[in-house]
Write a protein that binds this ligand. Structure first.
Ligand code: SF4
Ligand code: SF4
Length: 407
């Protein structure tokens, strides 16, 4: 079990009520049983467990990601106390670098928050869905008002006062990809972490016979790769690195552990989209070590097996080493748990093939030297659908993957 960061749900409530939010609006209501804010007792326990974990695994760098809900709902003194306590632990681990990040919806960012981020070296990332139309379609307050104008003001302030602005954007295919790219350029951001929306097989809102997500991402990729002053887009950087053999990791989903506001240790929070209480493990940082999460079936699957314990089609897929089955949440179906390809399977094939084709044009020698075949998306899609029809690809892991079924 190797992770380099903790996502700390320091606040369990939010000043926004985004309609696609897996915390509040996709069927899991466990947040209602959480305390509003994380206590110092929980923090002390987290830091002590962090010390033990770092010593055991000899980590050189470790990140604390303040998350929610909305983490700026907490008093600034909370962050000063947290960093002071963490510094005390850091003194016992002098060769380890501690980093602090915060994921905010941006509404409350003001000069005082910017000053605090500078004081404590906390790196903020703001959630903004690109254009006003796309953003206000989902990211609304509790009265249904869009939050784009406030968030943009926050991003501008971060750029002015701390010199950079990292952002996270949930892909909205109703907005034109080129317009979206340019909108972030206008904001002068440093990076945009585009996220494919967290749907499962049970609530997928798009036409399964089309590849609208791929078409949108391909358009974005083409604009991005041609821009000599492009900002960072982690999803593309990850796939490019993977296709060039620079890294073995397609996504860094498994590199974080989530600690809920009351200290419960959980697998990644996007899995809340799979149903009420789905991520609950019964394991708490007050009584358990981080590694105890592996004792829960979901924790074991998420941390150790999510890229290897795949359904039959994924196991026989020619590009599984690049795709690795996509994200876990996208494979889920109530009827048979995780014994499925990603709901975005055809999109992933098309996107990966397109990126590889582009790389082959940019680095022709590299590909010819290594004698690598061109990925043909149509052929792979047809091959996989034939395999599915023949039912010849039952996975040796079917029983374990279907353990998570809920009907
Ligand atoms: S800002 Fe984040 S936590 Fe708050 S409702 Fe929106 S998606 Fe959920
Ligand atoms: S492309 Fe589809 S079949 Fe292949 S590994 Fe990804 S999700 Fe599985």
């Amino acid at each position: 079990m190797q992770f380099d960061a903790l996502i700390l749900k320091v606040a369990s409530r939010c000043n926004l009520n985004c309609s696609y939010c897996f915390m509040y609006n996709l069927g899991d209501t466990t947040y209602k049983g959480q305390p509003k804010f994380m206590s110092y007792e929980i923090i002390d326990s987290i830091l002590e467990k962090t010390r033990r974990y770092i010593q055991k695994y000899n980590k050189k760098e470790f990140s604390f990601i303040f998350h929610g809900g909305e983490p700026l709902l907490i008093d600034k003194e909370f962050y000063r106390t947290f960093v002071a306590k963490a510094n005390n632990i850091n003194k016992l681990l002098p060769n380890v670098i501690f980093k602090y990040d915060i994921q905010t919806n941006g509404v409350l960012i003001d000069e005082d928050w910017c000053a605090l981020f500078r004081e404590l070296n906390i790196y903020p990332s703001t959630s903004v869905d690109g254009t006003k139309e796309a953003h206000d379609m989902f990211r609304v307050d509790h009265r249904g008002n869009g939050s784009y104008d406030q968030v943009c003001r926050g991003v501008r302030l971060l750029k002015e006062q701390i010199g950079y602005a990292d952002t996270v954007c949930v892909v909205n295919i109703k907005e034109d990809a080129d317009t979206m790219y340019k909108s972030f350029k206008k904001m002068n951001v440093n990076s945009v972490n585009f996220l494919i929306p967290d749907y499962t097989h049970d609530n997928f809102p798009f036409d399964k016979n089309k590849t609208e997500m791929a078409d949108w991402l391909i358009k974005l990729f083409d604009v991005w790769i041609q821009d000599s002053e492009r900002y960072k887009i982690p999803i593309f950087i990850g796939l490019v690195n993977r296709l060039l053999g620079i890294t073995e990791q397609t996504n860094n989903e498994s590199a974080v552990l989530v600690i809920e506001t009351n200290g419960e240790i959980e697998a990644i929070d996007s899995l809340k989209a799979c149903g009420h209480g789905f991520t609950k493990s019964g394991i708490n940082v007050l009584h358990n070590d981080f590694s105890d999460i592996k004792k829960s079936p979901l924790g074991k699957l998420y941390f150790e097996e999510s890229t290897t314990k795949l359904c039959g089609q994924c196991l026989s897929c020619p590009i599984k080493d690049v795709c690795q089955g996509g994200r876990l949440v996208h494979r889920y179906k109530k009827e048979n748990g995780f014994n499925n390809t990603s709901i975005y399977c055809n999109d992933l094939i098309k996107l990966i093939a397109h990126i590889q084709k582009t790389l082959m044009t940019i680095f022709p020698k590299l590909y010819s030297q290594k004698n690598i075949d061109c990925i043909k998306s149509e052929e792979i899609i047809q091959y996989l659908s034939k395999e599915r029809r023949n039912s010849s690809t039952n996975s040796m892991f079917s029983i374990e993957l279907e353990y998570f079924a809920s009907s």
